[in-house]
Design a protein around this ligand. Structure first.
Ligand SMILES: Nc1ncnc2c1ncn2[C@@H]1O[C@H](COP(=O)(O)OP(=O)(O)OP(=O)(O)O)[C@@H](O)[C@H]1O
Length: 304
Protein backbone atom coordinates (compact mmCIF):
# COMPACT_ATOMS: atom_id res chain seq x y z
CA UNK A 1 0.00 0.00 0.00
CA UNK A 2 1.35 3.44 -0.94
CA UNK A 3 2.10 5.89 1.87
CA UNK A 4 1.21 8.81 -0.38
CA UNK A 5 -1.81 10.71 0.99
CA UNK A 6 -5.01 9.78 -0.81
CA UNK A 7 -6.31 13.30 -0.24
CA UNK A 8 -4.40 16.55 -0.05
CA UNK A 9 -6.00 19.93 0.51
CA UNK A 10 -3.60 22.86 0.25
CA UNK A 11 -4.43 26.46 1.21
CA UNK A 12 -7.95 25.87 -0.03
CA UNK A 13 -10.31 28.81 -0.32
CA UNK A 14 -13.88 28.45 -1.63
CA UNK A 15 -16.39 31.25 -2.09
CA UNK A 16 -20.11 31.51 -2.68
CA UNK A 17 -20.22 34.94 -4.24
CA UNK A 18 -19.00 37.29 -1.49
CA UNK A 19 -19.13 34.62 1.23
CA UNK A 20 -15.77 33.01 2.04
CA UNK A 21 -16.97 29.49 2.95
CA UNK A 22 -13.44 27.97 3.24
CA UNK A 23 -10.29 29.93 3.90
CA UNK A 24 -6.70 28.64 3.80
CA UNK A 25 -7.60 25.02 4.64
CA UNK A 26 -4.73 22.49 4.71
CA UNK A 27 -5.48 18.81 5.26
CA UNK A 28 -4.23 15.42 4.16
CA UNK A 29 -5.57 11.92 4.64
CA UNK A 30 -3.36 8.82 4.54
CA UNK A 31 -4.41 5.44 3.11
CA UNK A 32 -6.65 3.55 5.54
CA UNK A 33 -6.98 6.54 7.87
CA UNK A 34 -10.36 7.55 9.32
CA UNK A 35 -10.57 11.30 9.81
CA UNK A 36 -13.54 12.95 11.52
CA UNK A 37 -14.41 16.41 10.28
CA UNK A 38 -16.21 18.44 12.94
CA UNK A 39 -17.67 21.92 12.92
CA UNK A 40 -20.78 23.88 13.79
CA UNK A 41 -23.58 24.31 11.24
CA UNK A 42 -22.23 26.41 8.40
CA UNK A 43 -18.55 25.76 9.31
CA UNK A 44 -17.82 24.55 5.76
CA UNK A 45 -17.84 20.75 6.01
CA UNK A 46 -20.19 20.10 3.08
CA UNK A 47 -18.39 22.76 1.06
CA UNK A 48 -15.13 20.87 1.54
CA UNK A 49 -16.78 17.62 0.41
CA UNK A 50 -18.28 19.33 -2.64
CA UNK A 51 -14.89 20.73 -3.59
CA UNK A 52 -13.22 17.31 -3.26
CA UNK A 53 -15.96 15.93 -5.51
CA UNK A 54 -15.45 18.76 -8.05
CA UNK A 55 -18.98 20.10 -7.56
CA UNK A 56 -17.39 23.42 -6.54
CA UNK A 57 -14.17 24.99 -7.86
CA UNK A 58 -11.50 26.31 -5.47
CA UNK A 59 -11.12 30.09 -5.46
CA UNK A 60 -7.58 29.62 -4.16
CA UNK A 61 -5.32 26.67 -3.34
CA UNK A 62 -5.78 23.15 -4.58
CA UNK A 63 -7.09 19.66 -3.89
CA UNK A 64 -5.79 16.32 -5.11
CA UNK A 65 -7.49 12.94 -4.85
CA UNK A 66 -5.12 10.00 -5.33
CA UNK A 67 -2.68 12.56 -6.73
CA UNK A 68 -5.15 13.91 -9.33
CA UNK A 69 -7.31 17.04 -9.51
CA UNK A 70 -10.98 16.52 -8.55
CA UNK A 71 -13.21 15.77 -11.48
CA UNK A 72 -10.60 13.86 -13.48
CA UNK A 73 -11.36 10.21 -14.27
CA UNK A 74 -8.63 9.04 -11.88
CA UNK A 75 -10.00 11.15 -9.02
CA UNK A 76 -13.61 10.12 -9.72
CA UNK A 77 -12.66 6.44 -9.68
CA UNK A 78 -10.86 6.83 -6.36
CA UNK A 79 -13.62 8.54 -4.37
CA UNK A 80 -17.20 7.64 -3.44
CA UNK A 81 -19.63 9.82 -1.53
CA UNK A 82 -22.53 9.32 0.83
CA UNK A 83 -24.60 12.48 1.38
CA UNK A 84 -26.41 13.15 4.63
CA UNK A 85 -29.78 12.33 3.11
CA UNK A 86 -29.70 9.69 0.43
CA UNK A 87 -32.50 9.76 -2.12
CA UNK A 88 -33.13 6.80 -4.40
CA UNK A 89 -36.16 6.37 -6.71
CA UNK A 90 -38.87 4.72 -4.61
CA UNK A 91 -39.95 2.17 -7.22
CA UNK A 92 -36.60 0.42 -7.75
CA UNK A 93 -35.33 -2.33 -5.45
CA UNK A 94 -32.19 -2.17 -3.31
CA UNK A 95 -30.49 -4.68 -5.60
CA UNK A 96 -31.40 -2.60 -8.68
CA UNK A 97 -29.90 0.52 -7.08
CA UNK A 98 -26.61 -1.29 -6.56
CA UNK A 99 -26.69 -2.74 -10.10
CA UNK A 100 -27.15 0.78 -11.46
CA UNK A 101 -24.19 2.20 -9.50
CA UNK A 102 -22.05 -0.87 -10.26
CA UNK A 103 -22.69 -0.26 -13.96
CA UNK A 104 -21.75 3.41 -13.63
CA UNK A 105 -18.51 2.53 -11.86
CA UNK A 106 -17.74 -0.50 -14.02
CA UNK A 107 -17.66 -2.62 -10.86
CA UNK A 108 -18.54 -6.35 -10.96
CA UNK A 109 -22.23 -7.22 -10.36
CA UNK A 110 -21.00 -10.30 -8.50
CA UNK A 111 -20.10 -8.10 -5.47
CA UNK A 112 -23.67 -6.81 -5.01
CA UNK A 113 -25.15 -9.60 -2.92
CA UNK A 114 -22.14 -9.55 -0.56
CA UNK A 115 -22.52 -5.79 -0.10
CA UNK A 116 -26.26 -6.06 0.60
CA UNK A 117 -25.57 -8.82 3.07
CA UNK A 118 -22.87 -6.78 4.83
CA UNK A 119 -25.18 -3.83 5.42
CA UNK A 120 -28.01 -6.09 6.60
CA UNK A 121 -30.22 -5.69 3.55
CA UNK A 122 -30.03 -9.19 2.05
CA UNK A 123 -33.68 -9.93 2.85
CA UNK A 124 -34.91 -6.53 1.65
CA UNK A 125 -32.84 -6.63 -1.55
CA UNK A 126 -35.82 -7.32 -3.85
CA UNK A 127 -38.16 -4.83 -2.17
CA UNK A 128 -38.78 -1.32 -3.58
CA UNK A 129 -36.65 1.31 -1.83
CA UNK A 130 -39.80 3.45 -1.29
CA UNK A 131 -40.74 1.02 1.48
CA UNK A 132 -37.35 1.23 3.24
CA UNK A 133 -36.99 2.98 6.59
CA UNK A 134 -34.54 5.90 6.90
CA UNK A 135 -31.97 3.54 8.45
CA UNK A 136 -32.35 1.03 5.60
CA UNK A 137 -31.94 3.78 3.00
CA UNK A 138 -28.82 4.99 4.77
CA UNK A 139 -27.40 1.45 4.84
CA UNK A 140 -28.18 1.09 1.14
CA UNK A 141 -26.34 4.39 0.68
CA UNK A 142 -23.33 2.97 2.47
CA UNK A 143 -23.40 -0.15 0.26
CA UNK A 144 -23.61 2.17 -2.76
CA UNK A 145 -20.60 4.13 -1.49
CA UNK A 146 -18.56 0.93 -1.14
CA UNK A 147 -19.14 -0.20 -4.74
CA UNK A 148 -15.94 -0.47 -6.72
CA UNK A 149 -13.70 -0.58 -3.62
CA UNK A 150 -13.03 3.18 -3.46
CA UNK A 151 -9.74 4.47 -2.05
CA UNK A 152 -11.48 7.40 -0.34
CA UNK A 153 -14.96 7.49 1.20
CA UNK A 154 -16.59 10.84 1.89
CA UNK A 155 -19.41 10.43 4.41
CA UNK A 156 -21.43 13.55 5.18
CA UNK A 157 -23.14 13.07 8.57
CA UNK A 158 -23.76 9.44 7.63
CA UNK A 159 -25.37 8.31 10.89
CA UNK A 160 -27.83 11.14 11.53
CA UNK A 161 -31.22 9.58 12.18
CA UNK A 162 -29.83 6.09 12.83
CA UNK A 163 -30.57 4.22 16.05
CA UNK A 164 -27.62 3.21 18.30
CA UNK A 165 -27.40 -0.37 17.01
CA UNK A 166 -27.51 0.75 13.37
CA UNK A 167 -24.78 3.31 14.18
CA UNK A 168 -22.58 0.66 15.72
CA UNK A 169 -23.05 -1.61 12.68
CA UNK A 170 -22.43 1.32 10.35
CA UNK A 171 -19.08 2.09 11.99
CA UNK A 172 -18.15 -1.61 11.93
CA UNK A 173 -18.54 -1.63 8.12
CA UNK A 174 -16.51 1.57 7.87
CA UNK A 175 -13.76 0.07 10.06
CA UNK A 176 -13.61 -2.98 7.76
CA UNK A 177 -13.25 -0.73 4.72
CA UNK A 178 -10.47 1.22 6.47
CA UNK A 179 -8.80 -2.10 7.33
CA UNK A 180 -8.65 -2.83 3.60
CA UNK A 181 -6.84 0.48 3.05
CA UNK A 182 -9.83 2.70 2.20
CA UNK A 183 -9.47 6.21 3.70
CA UNK A 184 -12.53 7.74 5.29
CA UNK A 185 -13.38 11.41 5.72
CA UNK A 186 -16.50 11.63 7.81
CA UNK A 187 -18.39 14.67 9.04
CA UNK A 188 -20.50 14.38 12.15
CA UNK A 189 -22.17 16.30 14.94
CA UNK A 190 -22.18 13.15 17.10
CA UNK A 191 -19.02 13.73 19.12
CA UNK A 192 -19.43 10.69 21.36
CA UNK A 193 -19.88 8.26 18.52
CA UNK A 194 -16.77 9.31 16.65
CA UNK A 195 -14.51 9.73 19.69
CA UNK A 196 -13.18 6.17 19.49
CA UNK A 197 -14.04 5.35 15.90
CA UNK A 198 -11.66 7.64 14.03
CA UNK A 199 -7.89 8.00 14.21
CA UNK A 200 -7.77 11.74 13.71
CA UNK A 201 -9.98 14.76 14.21
CA UNK A 202 -10.12 17.97 12.21
CA UNK A 203 -12.24 20.90 13.33
CA UNK A 204 -13.52 23.61 11.02
CA UNK A 205 -14.75 26.89 12.44
CA UNK A 206 -16.19 29.56 10.15
CA UNK A 207 -14.36 28.09 7.15
CA UNK A 208 -10.95 27.81 8.82
CA UNK A 209 -9.26 24.70 10.12
CA UNK A 210 -8.70 25.27 13.84
CA UNK A 211 -7.51 21.81 14.90
CA UNK A 212 -6.07 18.69 13.25
CA UNK A 213 -4.62 15.74 15.14
CA UNK A 214 -5.28 12.68 17.25
CA UNK A 215 -7.40 13.07 20.33
CA UNK A 216 -4.24 12.88 22.45
CA UNK A 217 -2.52 15.56 20.33
CA UNK A 218 -5.49 17.87 20.64
CA UNK A 219 -5.79 17.28 24.38
CA UNK A 220 -2.08 17.94 24.92
CA UNK A 221 -2.12 21.16 22.91
CA UNK A 222 -5.29 22.42 24.55
CA UNK A 223 -3.92 21.67 28.05
CA UNK A 224 -7.45 21.69 29.43
CA UNK A 225 -7.71 21.02 33.15
CA UNK A 226 -8.65 17.66 34.62
CA UNK A 227 -11.49 17.85 37.13
CA UNK A 228 -11.47 15.74 40.29
CA UNK A 229 -14.92 15.40 41.83
CA UNK A 230 -14.67 14.63 45.52
CA UNK A 231 -17.60 13.52 47.65
CA UNK A 232 -17.06 14.20 51.34
CA UNK A 233 -18.58 12.26 54.21
CA UNK A 234 -21.59 13.98 55.80
CA UNK A 235 -20.52 17.07 57.73
CA UNK A 236 -16.89 16.90 56.46
CA UNK A 237 -17.04 19.08 53.32
CA UNK A 238 -15.98 22.36 54.98
CA UNK A 239 -13.05 20.72 56.77
CA UNK A 240 -11.96 19.00 53.55
CA UNK A 241 -12.25 22.24 51.55
CA UNK A 242 -10.11 24.01 54.15
CA UNK A 243 -7.39 21.40 53.56
CA UNK A 244 -7.45 20.89 49.79
CA UNK A 245 -9.32 23.89 48.38
CA UNK A 246 -11.66 23.43 45.41
CA UNK A 247 -15.15 24.63 44.59
CA UNK A 248 -18.05 23.48 46.72
CA UNK A 249 -21.24 22.07 45.22
CA UNK A 250 -24.41 21.01 47.06
CA UNK A 251 -23.55 19.97 50.62
CA UNK A 252 -20.89 17.33 50.20
CA UNK A 253 -19.26 17.75 46.75
CA UNK A 254 -15.97 19.53 45.98
CA UNK A 255 -14.55 20.01 42.49
CA UNK A 256 -10.78 20.35 42.12
CA UNK A 257 -9.24 21.50 38.87
CA UNK A 258 -5.64 20.62 37.94
CA UNK A 259 -3.34 19.87 35.00
CA UNK A 260 -3.29 16.24 33.83
CA UNK A 261 0.06 15.41 35.44
CA UNK A 262 -1.10 16.71 38.84
CA UNK A 263 -4.20 14.52 38.93
CA UNK A 264 -2.68 11.28 40.27
CA UNK A 265 -0.69 12.91 43.11
CA UNK A 266 -3.86 14.76 44.11
CA UNK A 267 -5.89 11.53 44.07
CA UNK A 268 -3.18 9.88 46.19
CA UNK A 269 -3.44 12.75 48.69
CA UNK A 270 -7.23 12.36 48.83
CA UNK A 271 -6.84 8.60 49.39
CA UNK A 272 -4.89 9.51 52.51
CA UNK A 273 -7.90 11.36 53.97
CA UNK A 274 -10.44 8.52 54.32
CA UNK A 275 -12.10 10.09 57.37
CA UNK A 276 -13.23 13.00 55.17
CA UNK A 277 -13.31 11.58 51.60
CA UNK A 278 -16.09 9.17 50.65
CA UNK A 279 -15.53 8.97 46.86
CA UNK A 280 -13.36 10.39 44.08
CA UNK A 281 -14.22 10.69 40.39
CA UNK A 282 -11.64 11.75 37.78
CA UNK A 283 -12.95 13.63 34.74
CA UNK A 284 -10.39 14.08 31.96
CA UNK A 285 -11.36 16.39 29.08
CA UNK A 286 -13.16 14.48 26.32
CA UNK A 287 -13.86 15.31 22.72
CA UNK A 288 -16.80 17.55 23.56
CA UNK A 289 -14.55 19.67 25.84
CA UNK A 290 -11.87 19.81 23.13
CA UNK A 291 -14.42 20.63 20.47
CA UNK A 292 -15.73 23.54 22.53
CA UNK A 293 -12.18 24.72 23.19
CA UNK A 294 -10.99 24.63 19.56
CA UNK A 295 -14.23 25.91 18.04
CA UNK A 296 -13.79 29.09 20.03
CA UNK A 297 -10.29 29.62 18.63
CA UNK A 298 -9.50 31.23 15.33
CA UNK A 299 -7.02 29.60 12.92
CA UNK A 300 -4.31 32.11 13.84
CA UNK A 301 -4.35 30.72 17.36
CA UNK A 302 -3.52 27.08 16.44
CA UNK A 303 -0.46 25.95 18.32
CA UNK A 304 1.97 23.62 16.51
N1 LIG B 1 -25.13 27.12 -2.32
C1 LIG B 1 -24.75 28.04 -1.42
N2 LIG B 1 -24.86 29.35 -1.71
C2 LIG B 1 -24.47 30.30 -0.82
N3 LIG B 1 -23.95 30.02 0.39
C3 LIG B 1 -23.83 28.73 0.72
C4 LIG B 1 -24.21 27.67 -0.16
N4 LIG B 1 -23.96 26.48 0.45
C5 LIG B 1 -23.44 26.79 1.66
N5 LIG B 1 -23.34 28.12 1.83
C6 LIG B 1 -22.80 28.83 3.00
O1 LIG B 1 -21.45 28.42 3.15
C7 LIG B 1 -21.12 28.24 4.52
C8 LIG B 1 -20.65 26.81 4.73
O2 LIG B 1 -21.77 25.94 4.51
P1 LIG B 1 -21.64 24.36 4.56
O3 LIG B 1 -22.93 23.78 4.05
O4 LIG B 1 -20.38 23.93 3.89
O5 LIG B 1 -21.51 24.10 6.15
P2 LIG B 1 -21.58 22.74 6.97
O6 LIG B 1 -20.42 22.78 7.90
O7 LIG B 1 -21.68 21.58 6.05
O8 LIG B 1 -22.92 22.94 7.79
P3 LIG B 1 -23.99 21.84 8.33
O9 LIG B 1 -23.37 21.22 9.53
O10 LIG B 1 -25.17 22.69 8.69
O11 LIG B 1 -24.28 20.88 7.21
C9 LIG B 1 -22.39 28.61 5.30
O12 LIG B 1 -22.27 29.97 5.68
C10 LIG B 1 -23.50 28.44 4.28
O13 LIG B 1 -24.58 29.28 4.55
Amino acid sequence: MSDQPILTVTELGVRYGRLQALDGVNLSVAPGERLALLGHNGAGKSTLFKTILAFLPPATGQVTVAGHPPGTDAARTAVNYLPETVAFPGTVTGAEVLRYFSGLRRAPFSAISGLLDRVGLAEAAQRPVGGYSKGMRQRLGLAQALIGTPRLLLLDEPTSGLDPISRRDFYAVIAEAAGRGCSVLLSSHGLEEIEHRTERIAILSRGRLVADGTLDDLARRAALPTTIRVTAHAGQASRLQAQIGGTRFNGCRLDLSCQAEQALPLVARLAGLPEMVRDVDLHRPGLSDLYRHYSDLTAGEIRP
